[in-house]
Ligand binder design. Structure first.
Ligand SMILES: Cc1cn([C@H]2C[C@H](O)[C@@H](COP(=O)(O)OP(=O)(O)OP(=O)(O)O)O2)c(=O)[nH]c1=O
Length: 189
């Protein structure tokens, strides 16, 4: 059986794969995450997850590599990780009282094969007050997270409704990823 490598520096993705009882190591990718063409959110996450996986594959081509990327999409706008407090404030204001989509793309690749897929989860937020947003930003939680919130942390207090895989919002659609990986391993062995 080939070794499995998670191409991610995200502590959430590591935790989720561990929860899936998989044996793996980690090698962080250093790719540029800029998107230049006009793409749909699902195309963005698929392309970026593949870019991350390919980067690590170039160093470990005897292994199976998993890469992932998560973004928030609201009214045609894609929200990644905020660069500063001001951007975090704008993002949270946009999400307040509205419904948005969270997309995670996952790429699994080896010498023999490449697969890429995505999952979408719909999340509705309660109306947030300015004070609530400011307090949340002061907690520091928004900064390494797409859309400036973490559903697994204090951000849970903003969520009115969710439709789809919760773990997809945290950064990896776990059950689907494990199933896709099993099929992948069977097909190349
Ligand atoms: C919406 C949301 C996102 N996130 C996180 C998941 C991802 O780690 C992050 C989106 O950034 P990504 O660019 O997908 O991932 P990353 O930079 O953290 O890690 P890497 O590229 O090395 O794999 O946002 C949460 O933790 N909770 C949430 O509720």
């Amino acid at each position: 059986m080939k070794k499995l490598i998670l191409a991610s520096g995200s502590p959430r993705r590591k935790q989720l794969l561990e929860q899936g009882q998989l044996q793996f190591s980690i090698s962080t990718s250093t790719v540029d995450e800029t998107i230049t063409e006009p793409l749909n959110p699902e195309e963005v996450v698929e392309q970026l997850s593949l870019r991350k996986a390919q980067d690590v594959f170039s160093r470990f081509d005897d292994s199976i590599i998993i890469g992932a990327d998560t973004i928030v999409s609201i009214n045609g706008t894609i929200l990644g990780k905020p660069k500063d407090e001001e951007e975090a404030f704008q993002m949270l204001q946009q999400l307040s009282g509205n419904e948005h989509d969270v997309y995670t793309g996952v790429a699994i690749l080896s010498k023999e094969k490449t697969i890429v897929f995505h999952e979408r989860t719909i999340v509705s937020f309660w109306e947030l007050t300015t004070a609530e947003i400011e307090d949340y930003i002061s907690s520091g939680e928004p900064f390494d997270k797409a859309g400036s919130y973490g559903i697994q942390g204090l951000g849970a207090l903003f969520v009115k409704k969710i439709n789809g895989d919760y773990f997809n919002v945290v950064g990896l659609p776990l059950a689907r990823t494990v199933r896709e990986l099993q099929n992948f391993q069977n097909s190349i062995s």
